[in-house]
Design a protein around this ligand. Structure first.
Ligand SMILES: O=P(O)(O)OC[C@H]1O[C@](O)(COP(=O)(O)O)[C@@H](O)[C@@H]1O
Ligand SMILES: [Mg+2]
Ligand SMILES: [Mg+2]
Length: 289
């Protein structure tokens, strides 16, 4: 199954082919480099390497006018301006959950294809998805048509599920941040959820969100007392993941509104991030109101 928009299909095909290579290239790149990323976080060797590999390949696609990533400060202009032409902008979290390199746990690659110049609202996404480097390498792609899951092997993608939807009955939850740093209203909501669902928290957004898509439930990285905007980045994490979950029939929220409706100020803006079954996100928003 291919994506009907040829530029999006080329982006997806490029990421699919690169994923097997990225997975293999993690070996020997588990250490850190001296620099920090624009969010002030230590970079792993693999973060920098995966960004360069994806940046070179995605920027050379005809119809991609901008490339941006969590690992570099500025947008790279690589074609026509998405603001004034048909070109798209591609935003990437090259390695999501890269601190899991050390402990050898799940990680991902996240991408969003925006029909607008970056930074942009998530409502301008035409496609988004992620690779999950678990025991198996899988790819989830959301477009306005469907959300599909593939297994990746040797650069090939094999369809596993044509129409992924968030299961109706929620089962799992995962919330980031330290409990004493949670605002009181979020803590009260979390206490209720803890009594109803099973905890799943692996330290990689992609691993945790994929459990929500598989079993139903919710993932949240909330606003913290010490960090009111939370930890995760809107362009590279919040918007693409919000788009995937909404296209799969669930909801996303920054605590007040759909993540896709949040107006960005800066490329590396952070936002509280909540996704999952409608009913749970409704309850979260009511608790924080
Ligand atoms: O270590 P914490 O605070 O639980 O944070 C985990 C969160 O941070 C992240 O690792 C941030 O992503 P990056 O690894 O791309 O910076 C998410 O994948 C994950 O949900
Ligand atoms: Mg990430
Ligand atoms: Mg990352």
């Amino acid at each position: 199954m291919t994506v009907s928009d040829p530029v999006v299909e080329e982006v997806v095909a490029t990421i699919s082919r690169s994923a097997t290579e990225i997975r293999q290239g993690l070996i020997g790149r588990r250490g850190t480099v001296d620099g920090e990323n624009p969010s002030g976080e230590t970079q792993a060797e693999a973060d920098v390497w995966a960004d360069e590999l994806l940046g070179d390949r995605l920027a050379s696609i005809d119809g991609v006018g901008q490339y941006a990533s969590e690992e570099r400060p500025d947008v790279v202009d690589c074609g026509d301006d998405p603001a004034t032409s048909d070109a798209y902008a591609v935003a990437v979290d090259p390695l999501d959950g890269s601190s899991n390199l050390k402990s050898n746990n799940a990680m991902g690659t996240i991408f969003g294809v925006y029909d607008a110049a970056l930074p942009a609202r998530g409502e301008t996404l035409v496609a988004a998805g992620y690779v999950l480097y678990g025991p198996i390498t899988t790819l989830v792609i959301a477009t306005d048509e469907t959300v599909a899951e593939y297994e990746l092997s040797g650069g090939e993608r094999r369809l596993v599920e044509r129409d992924v939807t968030v299961p109706e009955e929620p089962v799992v939850y995962g919330f980031g941040g330290r409990v004493p740093d949670w605002p009181d209203d979020f803590r009260a909501y979390a206490r209720e959820i803890e009594r109803e669902l099973k905890l799943r928290y692996g330290g990689a957004l992609i691993g945790d969100v994929n459990q929500v898509l598989t079993y139903g439930g919710t993932f949240g990285y909330p606003a913290l007392e010490s960090r009111p905007a939370g930890k995760l980045r809107l362009q590279f994490e919040g918007n693409p993941i919000g788009y995937v979950v909404e296209q799969a029939g669930g909801r996303s929220s920054d605590g007040e509104r759909s993540l896709l409706a949040v107006e960005p100020d800066e490329l590396h803006d952070r936002s509280p991030l909540h996704v999952g079954n409608d009913e749970l996100i409704d309850r979260l928003e009511a608790a924080l109101a």
